[in-house]
Design a protein around this ligand. Structure first.
Ligand code: SAM
Length: 372
């Protein structure tokens, strides 16, 4: 491994493109894009952003294999391909673009990598959701709004919270899971690390005339100090750098004999398997856990699993809904929602085994002990 901390001047256009501000940059040279190079790359991953240079222009499939081998030591965030004429093409999660600036030298590929601690760190998470808070809210009147609300309501309904119970929506985003619980009669509280999301959650609750005590905080650093009868956690655990610490903190929020409902993306689905051929994926998708793994973590802590669900039909339904919303004025979204509801009920009624066919899962578990 050849590791330096100052990139060669021929990489200046890439360094500039990354807009890293004052951060210092680490560099490493790889022999190839073979997965065996992941150990070298992982060892070079530290606090600083890392550029890895390798010879040639390996295809997406090879880079996807390297990305998988690198996780969880590091997260591949962007790929720069430099052709024989010095043209540089950047591939990032938001798409591909050729840089205006050119360079010189042989064909090579430059990988931009960050550590897991950075990719899923508190600063990154907060900034990510603050930056696009409205994008995580449902848009009333849009063709997919019914689907958006149905997914949140399902998680709240699975909790079977009784009227007047104290319910906490941990990692509330725009607040809809907690709001659904409040609409069903719960006394709802909520928190999220993103102040912008918390503001939206408060606004959504106010619009519907429900009380929601919404605060800013992480599951790992909770802004409430009293346990709740019901804790809801929807779409958050895949952002946790350490799932065991995360579940321990959730557990501390649940009263003895109380209910914990966790839901998240399902990495075992056909749709997620198809996405893995792409060389770049959000850290959350690499970090997502199968339902069975979370179930085991809960039973290891003495919880009794009461109810299990898969929901949200996988490829091609989400793609169809997005296309329908963007290009067809929403034609078909209502039918897709109906299909989703029926498939979810049917899977649940038949024992919920269809991991490949759904993009999300839910577990309801009861904490040992009797209510204090
Ligand atoms: C995919 S959104 C889900 C939001 C909401 N629960 C829902 O189902 O609509 C993920 C949310 O989790 C929050 N989050 C990420 N890491 C978290 C953590 N460690 N503790 C609490 N919330 C977290 C984010 O700020 C974001 O609002």
């Amino acid at each position: 491994m050849n590791r330096t901390s100052s990139p060669a001047s021929d990489l200046a256009p890439i360094v500039e493109d990354l807009e890293l501000g004052d951060e210092s940059l680490d560099m490493v040279e790889l022999r190839s894009a073979q997965p065996d190079q992941a150990a070298t790359l992982g060892a070079a991953c530290g606090e600083n952003p890392l550029l890895a240079v390798l010879p040639g222009l390996p295809d997406d499939k090879r880079l996807a294999a390297l990305r998988d081998a690198l996780w969880p030591q590091g997260h591949l965030l962007a790929i720069y391909r430099i052709d024989a004429n010095g043209h540089i093409t950047r591939l990032a999660l938001k798409g591909s673009e050729t840089l205006k600036a050119t360079t010189h030298g042989p064909e090579r590929t430059v990988l931009y990598v960050r550590s897991l601690q950075h990719a899923l760190g508190q600063t990154t998470t907060r900034a990510k959701f603050d930056a696009n808070a409205e994008g995580w809210n449902g848009v009333p009147g849009s063709p997919t709004y019914g689907h958006y609300r149905w997914m949140r309501k399902l998680l709240s309904d699975v909790s079977q919270a009784s009227h007047g119970e104290r319910v906490l929506d941990a990692g509330c985003g725009a607040g809809w899971v907690g709001i659904e619980a409040a609409l069903a009669g719960g006394m709802a509280s909520a928190f999220d690390p993103s102040p912008a999301m918390v503001e939206i959650a408060k606004r959504n609750a106010e619009t519907l005339g429900v009380d929601l005590d919404a605060r800013v905080g992480f599951v790992e650093d909770v802004p409430f100090n009293k346990p709740f009868q019901v804790v809801l956690n929807s779409g958050v655990i895949s952002f946790a750098p350490d799932a065991d610490v995360f579940i321990d903190r959730l557990d501390a929020l649940v009263e003895s004999g109380g209910t914990l409902v966790i839901g998240d993306l399902n990495p075992e689905s056909r749709g997620f398997a198809r996405r893995r051929v792409r060389p770049l994926l959000p850290a959350r998708e690499l970090n997502g856990l199968p339902r069975s793994v979370v179930e085991q973590k809960l039973t290891d802590r003495g919880y009794v699993i009461e109810s299990k669900w898969y929901y949200q039909i996988t490829f091609p339904l989400p793609e169809f809904m997005a296309l329908s919303e963007q290009r067809l004025g929403g034609i078909g979204c209502g039918l897709a929602l109906l299909k989703n509801k029926l498939a979810t009920r049917m899977d649940h009624a038949t024992g919920s085994h269809a991991a490949r066919w759904f993009d999300s899962w839910i577990i309801r578990a009861r904490k040992p002990g009797s209510p204090g």
